[in-house]
Design a protein around this ligand. Structure first.
Ligand code: KG4
Ligand code: ZN
Length: 363
């Protein structure tokens, strides 16, 4: 089926056209078109994303991007429209939902059976593992393996690595979540942040160092030239028995360190902060993978673009002899392809969400 997906939960206006096929244990995706228009420059002077500014920009950009995709001139018809309904900034979410409804009415004249589906943004990040290069090979030769089938597979070994159960780490500007995925459609939240999200702490520390929003890429760039062991910042909750996280104390430690050491090398602060922030993510993910006998570790969300985090989790996965799967670079930060993927999985699960913006929707 051909899916038109719309994402406007924060400061990226994104539309994609994706062809989806297959079943729950073996879905396949072909990206036909995908555009992401960033509003970073507009929000930068404010030091963060301003919800009503974001809404205004989405309303302005959505029709422009839609026209650019030339969907109406395509021969085959759109079968479903998937739109993000939460979590995110509610004014921004509404812009996407209202636009999706309008397009739905237009396209309905050509295809009476067209569907309009609400999608959870976090499921979008979660399911972006289905876009990884590694998964492409899995899909071309076999189906995604689900736990129910593993018994049989244990006795008759399968040539490809089974993927489930898996531990999924979702790390973005708004969320830090660890999940256990039993199958591609069944998961349990193991833990999440109790205060700031890890991406948010990257943004705040970058701001303290005088760098613009979003701070993640700036910290990564500085950290490459610094010493990660120069300053011993705290690793909050690293030893706690649960799978929760906390990033506000680490951020405050950096603030005090900068106040007391104004001549310090920014590169060392960035590298040492990044080391502390990632250390907690990696240690908790490793413990979850061991405790739950995971066969894979999935990484997603904007912070999954961090090269050092990818490197560390890859090393950990090799040590544990599990697969490490992260989306290609274009699909870590917000995009509409992941919304099409999650929307397709929702349709296969026959799960539909209300077309109402919900800023606090959980996974
Ligand atoms: O998933 P995303 O685009 O939006 C949300 O759903 O929040 O994530 C954005 C977050 C920002 O906090 C940004 O600083 C962070 O991802 N980020 C990074 C990197 N690239 C983006 N953090 C660390 N290292 C990066 N390379
Ligand atoms: Zn996101």
């Amino acid at each position: 089926m051909k899916i038109l997906a719309i994402e406007t939960s924060c400061d990226d206006t994104a539309i994609a056209l994706v062809e989806a096929s297959g079943i729950i244990s073996g879905p396949k995706f072909k990206i036909l078109k995908s555009i992401v228009s960033s509003q970073i420059e507009i929000h930068r002077p404010w030091g963060g994303v301003v919800p009503n500014l974001a809404k205004r920009e989405h309303i302005k950009n959505l029709p422009k991007i839609f026209d650019k995709l030339k969907i109406k001139s395509d021969k085959s018809k759109v079968d479903a429209i998937c739109v993000t309904v939460g979590p995110g900034l509610e004014p921004a979410l509404w812009a996407g939902i209202e636009f999706a409804k309008k397009v739905y009415q237009q396209l309905k004249t050509e295809n009476k059976k067209i569907k309009l589906i609400g999608v959870n943004h976090l499921e979008g990040h979660l399911y972006s593992f289905l876009l990884s290069e590694q998964n492409k090979t899995v899909n071309s030769k076999s189906k995604l393996l689900i736990t129910k089938q593993t018994k049989r597979l244990n006795t008759k070994p399968h040539p490809l690595t089974p993927m489930f159960p898996a531990i999924a780490l979702i790390v973005s500007g708004g969320h830090t979540i660890l999940l256990k995925m039993e199958t591609p459609i069944k998961w349990k939240k193991l833990g999440e942040t109790k205060d700031d999200a890890v991406g948010e702490s990257f943004d705040k520390v970058a701001k303290m160092l005088g760098f613009p929003y979003p701070g993640g890429p700036e910290i990564q760039r500085l950290a490459e030239k610094g010493n990660p062991n120069a300053i011993r910042f705290p690793r909050p909750m690293i030893g706690s028995k649960d799978y929760n996280f906390s990033y506000s104390g680490l951020k405050t430690s950096v603030l005090y360190y900068l106040r007391d050491n104004p001549k310090t090398k920014k590169e060392d602060v960035a590298a040492s902060f990044q080391e502390a922030a990632l250390d907690v993510l990696v240690k908790k993910t490793e413990r979850a993978a061991r405790e739950h006998n995971a066969r894979s570790i999935f990484l997603s969300g904007g912070v999954a673009a961090n090269k050092e985090l990818r490197r560390k989790l890859k090393v950990t996965s090799q040590k544990l002899q599990v697969s490490f799967i992260a989306p290609p670079m274009d699909f870590n930060t917000d995009n509409a392809v992941m919304i099409a993927v999650a929307g397709y999985m929702s349709m296969l699960r026959k799960k539909n969400r209300k077309l109402v913006a919900n800023g606090n929707l959980s996974i």
